[in-house]
Design a binder for this molecule. Structure first.
Ligand code: ATP
Ligand code: MG
Length: 276
């Protein structure tokens, strides 16, 4: 964790990663992005998942109708970045680079085509450094090249863990091992922590998971995301949890999570007016 203030003009890149499916990666990306935007940070979401759930939630278009997606960024020599970035989204202040169903195929092609297949995203999106305050990357539920590209491009990563499931930590060793390997190409990558999702203090399984997550991952984010039916409501309505019900406990926890990260990383919104 960085102990000094982030340099001016510095972009914080956060991958939300766990190869375990359905542990809350996309929900975390969408709602954290909304909360960072409410704190006046300029925010970009990159959807690197072939399921394109973040795009379906945040985007105004269907991913299949979008001309330039993460596929083009990964595979093309000079992808058109301005066309890839969509500022007209369902969440105010949050820009989006769309995912695509064809990302899975792109991942296979990347392996054959690129000399450094894990570093395409970092290289192609380098011009965004200093443009956004915070870039959040939604990873797919796998440890293959798409997740490697996200981690190689990131300054930080967080690991959502489904707290209410006794299997929530199953395979987490593979993830930590994968990150350690990735650090050979991105030595500055830092762990923000494990984030307990669908957490209920009263349940024994959640207490056990909390202890186990701290032991196995090494760092636990002190904010815990409770189970809430509002998550599905918000996704169906293409809104953030804050917009659906700002006073709900889960909305307050995402607000606190954003503030926690801002405090930990000592980041401030870039003054884009005077930065030119
Ligand atoms: N805190 C929560 N309370 C209740 N339901 C939740 C919560 N968080 C996520 N869910 C639900 O659990 C499911 C999985 O969540 P989400 O899509 O965020 O996980 P994911 O890790 O991105 O999944 P995948 O690995 O498939 O990309 C979704 O149906 C979502 O609505
Ligand atoms: Mg997802």
């Amino acid at each position: 964790m960085a102990n000094s203030a982030a340099p001016i003009g510095h972009t914080t890149w956060i991958s939300v990663a766990n190869h375990k499916g359905g542990c809350g990666k996309t929900t975390t990306v969408v709602n954290l992005a909304a909360e960072f935007a409410r704190l006046k940070f300029s925010v970009l979401v990159i959807d690197l998942d072939p399921q394109a759930n973040a795009s379906l939630h945040i985007g105004k278009k269907h991913p299949s109708e979008v001309a330039v997606t993460c596929v083009d960024i990964l595979l093309k020599d000079n992808p058109a970045l301005p066309q890839a970035i969509h500022s007209d989204t369902n969440i105010e202040g949050v820009d989006l680079i769309y995912g695509s169903l064809t990302l899975g195929k792109a991942e296979d092609e990347l392996k054959d085509l690129s000399p450094r297949p894990s570093e395409e995203l970092r290289q192609k999106l380098d011009p965004l450094n200093g443009i956004y305050d915070i870039i959040l990357i939604d990873c797919p539920p796998s440890l293959r090249l798409l997740t490697s590209n996200a981690l190689a491009a990131s300054t930080h990563y967080m690991i959502p863990i489904e707290s209410g499931s006794q299997y929530g930590l199953y395979g987490v060793h593979d993830l930590t091992h994968h990150v350690e390997k990735l650090k050979r190409i991105n030595p500055k990558l830092e762990l923000l922590g494990a984030l307990l999702v669908k957490h209920d203090e009263r349940q024994n399984v959640c207490k056990i998971m909390e202890r186990a997550a701290r032991e196995q991952i090494g760092k636990l984010i002190p904010i815990k995301i409770p189970t809430s039916t509002k998550v599905n409501q918000a996704a169906i309505a293409n809104m953030s949890l804050h917009a659906v019900d700002r006073s709900a406990k889960i909305s307050r926890e995402f607000k606190d999570l954003a503030q926690y990260i801002v405090n930990e990383l000592k980041i401030k919104p870039i003054d884009h007016e005077s930065a030119d």
